[in-house]
Design a binder for this molecule. Structure first.
Ligand SMILES: [Ca+2]
Length: 748
């Protein structure tokens, strides 16, 4: 199905939203557009502002110089770091009037100075923060979050409300920490200014901070989810959060973060505001994962989950547009938004206003080699066609019926400005293309199945049924090299598709049979070495990865291997995998969101791949290597406070730190964190302004292979659910962020 639809917005206009039309098709009539300004036509983003930063203590090294302007079609910001002598060069600026100011750990923000490009030898004067509380205002959120005091290790396991007040699912401190991460931090950057105080609720005069926390975790568009997660802690949960904010209100201070050093001073950050103040822009994409030169210099994209839209930014002209994502026009099975339209407790910021109404619910975009932007979106209602069901003659449905589908697949072709919509029998969440001839597209989010679309078949036939398939995740536990029915089945509650799915328990296993493991379905990546192989992530504690080979005749030939994070003496070495990527040598990388590691897994180190010994998924501990990411520990624990939403491998050296460098989102620490595997050096690329840089997806692009550092960059975006938690508060928008690494802090 193809639908042509396009809505163009400028700045914070949101005409389409105010039209309150439930169906996106009627939104296409609004157009707000500017005449292209002169600087864009000349394509001159080449100006420089340079100088030095001094305080009463002399030159200030490793602090940020921030240049921002409203002279362009959208608010534009460039951020660099001073060198060892406090000198700076802000490169690649368009012709505009900038406000230039300084932020740094240990300083108070300096007064903005108006400057035009060409300004040289500028002396930016700044002051030391004499009050440590003032200094701490700009520390990354994880430093504040580290002050939280979770129950001691010896208080576990939880015995529930009638016992020790710790939820009965909480059988270890690590498990509790995992819930603080893969519960609260899935949506919020815990520790930032909005979350570490209760000031915004003070007018409600609660008797206690615990009551205030119970209220805030039932509030607004995500209230239902927050209550669900908060209850999993047991009653101690809100007590712990209340104690945290009480101690901060009483003046407790976080540890002091280090200033950027070494390579970190070579980082150049460019930001463009995009979306409106309630845009929830989950992910971005700039190029093809398999070819970093695709779409070189072209427009970059983000998906606005809340508003069912694709955002398109032109980094040359500094203009962005909103393109409403099409859904199928089917009154019998209409797509409707999954977001709450009525709240149990009104939002402290938006009252009862239903901010997110359009149905498409895009999650994740990916380019194909034809320059189309594929997405996981809702294209239809939750009723799947009959051919998806086990009674049909579809071979996948006969083999294993999926659990249904709440999100499907679509793509936008910038060349034609048209959408393609593909209904799937399986649910979708993340998506990744295979490296082989068939342009296979693999999807997580199917709960206990992995779905796929042969996009070459789709382009040839436009036939939904012919071009898709799916496999349950069954492990060859009887070791005969194939999968055969009947198989052992997991039991127990399974997490939702949006939480990573799967996670059932195996009991009364018959080791003469194969075993359907349902390891969960969150992150996904195609194997760089073998066509027809995809790897996925299950997020259920402590977490696992798995390898699905669909073989030459799926679903019969589908075969899965599962590798859980190593558990030694009852304690997992790390936990909380979410993102997954593979380097060009076949090594998997996954950021452990809970324990704060970048972990690699090398299957070639495994001695055993199948048979009865793989039943506990611990059979290849030697395949894992864990690198702990620097940062503060949660108080009284040996676990870190940061949270890593996802990760990505820079196969083509788009950043400038080398090929195959893994990068994790520092979603709790205003940063992206790169690991140079050869030296084991971690590089924190901090986004100091506005505070609250919470990112999810990221990718890197080569715009000009001959232009050195200027021709390449890694991109990520402010992907929080709630822009109003970002510095600036209500009215702040998301920003697209580009990271570049210069050879030195003064390179032009
Ligand atoms: Ca078997």
């Amino acid at each position: 199905m193809f639908v042509r639809i396009r809505t163009i917005f400028h700045q914070t206009a949101h005409l389409c939203l105010s039209s309150r039309s439930a169906v996106s098709l009627s939104c296409a009539v609004f157009m707000v557009f500017l005449t292209l300004p002169a600087y864009a036509q000349q394509n001159l983003n080449a100006g420089v502002i340079s100088g030095s930063v001094i305080s009463s203590h002399g030159p200030e090294a490793g602090v940020w110089v921030i240049a921002e302007t409203d002279d362009l079609p959208t608010h534009f910001t460039k951020i660099v770091v001073t060198d060892g002598q406090g000198r700076f060069v802000v490169p690649e600026l368009p012709d505009a009037l900038f406000k230039v100011w300084v932020r740094g750990y240990g300083l108070v923000d300096s007064k903005p100075v108006p400057l035009r490009i060409g300004a040289e030898d500028v002396k930016l004067r700044t002051f030391t923060a004499e009050d440590p509380l003032l200094a701490a205002e700009v520390y990354p959120a994880n430093y504040w979050y580290s002050l939280m005091e979770v129950p001691a290790e010896n208080e576990f396991p939880g015995t529930g409300s009638a016992g020790n007040g710790i939820g009965e699912m909480m059988n270890s401190q690590d498990r509790w920490l995992d819930l603080t991460k893969q519960g609260c931090q899935l949506c919020h950057q815990l520790g930032n200014k909005a979350t570490r105080t209760l000031d915004h609720l003070s007018h409600l005069d609660f008797d206690s901070s615990v009551q205030a926390w119970q209220y805030r975790t039932a509030m607004g568009i995500r209230g239902q989810f927050m209550t669900l997660y908060a209850n999993r802690f047991g009653p101690r949960g809100m007590e712990v959060y209340a104690d945290w904010t009480d101690r901060i209100a009483a003046g407790e201070l976080p540890p002091i973060p280090p200033r950027p050093s070494g390579t970190e001073r070579n980082v150049v950050i460019t930001q463009w505001d995009w979306g409106n103040e309630s845009s929830y822009i989950h992910d971005e994409i700039t190029t093809d994962k398999r070819n970093a030169s695709l779409n070189a210099g072209g427009k970059v994209y983000g998906v606005d989950g809340g508003h069912g839209a694709l955002l398109e930014l032109d980094p040359d002209t500094h203009e962005w547009e909103e393109i409403v994502i099409a859904v199928k026009d089917n009154p019998d099975n209409p797509a409707v938004t999954r977001f709450a339209q009525q709240f149990a407790v009104p939002s402290a910021y938006y009252g009862n206003e239903a901010l997110w109404q359009r149905p498409a619910d895009p999650h994740n975009p990916m380019f194909d080699e034809l320059g189309r932007v594929w997405m996981t979106t809702k294209v239809q209602g939750n009723n799947v066609p009959d051919w998806c069901k086990s009674g049909s003659d579809n071979k996948f449905a006969q083999y294993y019926q999926s659990r249904g589908s709440e999100r499907q697949a679509s793509y936008y072709d910038p060349a034609t400005e048209e959408f393609g919509l593909i209904g799937t029998c399986f649910g979708t969440h993340h998506l990744q293309f295979g490296w082989g001839e068939n342009r296979m597209l693999y999807f997580s989010g199917g709960g206990d199945v992995i779905g796929f679309i042969n996009t070459r078949t789709w382009d040839r036939t436009q036939d939904e049924q012919l071009s898709q398939g799916w496999c349950p995740m069954v492990v060859d536990t009887n070791g005969d090299g194939r999968i055969s029915k009947p198989w052992n089945q997991p039991v127990g509650a399974m997490r939702s598709q949006n939480e990573g799915g799967g996670g059932g328990r195996l009991i009364d296993v018959d080791l003469t049979l194969d075993t359907r493991m349902s390891p969960g379905s969150y992150g996904i990546i195609a194997d760089t070495q073998v066509e027809g192989v995809a790897w996925g992530v299950g997020t259920e504690f402590p977490g696992r990865i798995y390898r699905l080979d669909i073989g030459d005749n799926p679903p019969e030939t589908c075969i899965t291997e599962v590798y859980e994070l190593p558990v030694v003496d009852g304690k997992p070495m790390g936990f909380g995998p979410r993102g997954i990527d593979m380097d060009s040598n076949g090594v998997i990388w996954t950021a452990l969101s809970g324990s704060s590691h970048l972990a690699s897994f090398d299957r070639s180190k495994c001695d055993v791949l199948n048979g009865p010994s793989v039943i506990n998924s611990q059979h290849c501990q030697q395949g894992w290597t864990l690198h702990e990411i620097p940062g503060p520990n949660m108080k009284g624990t040996d676990r870190k406070a940061d949270f890593h939403y996802y990760n990505w491998v820079d196969i083509f050296d788009t950043l400038g730190l080398g090929e195959n460098v893994p990068i994790a989102n520092g979603s709790g620490s205003d940063s992206l964190v790169a690991l140079v595997p050869e030296t084991e050096e971690f590089v924190h690329m901090r986004v100091p302004y506005p505070l609250g840089f919470y990112s999810r997806g990221l990718d890197g692009r080569i715009d000009d292979p001959d232009a050195g550092w200027k021709g390449r960059g890694v991109w990520a975006n402010y992907g929080t659910n709630f822009n109003w938690h970002t510095e600036g508060g209500k009215g702040t928008t998301s920003k697209m962020v580009k990271f570049q690494i210069r050879p030195d802090p003064l390179a032009e």
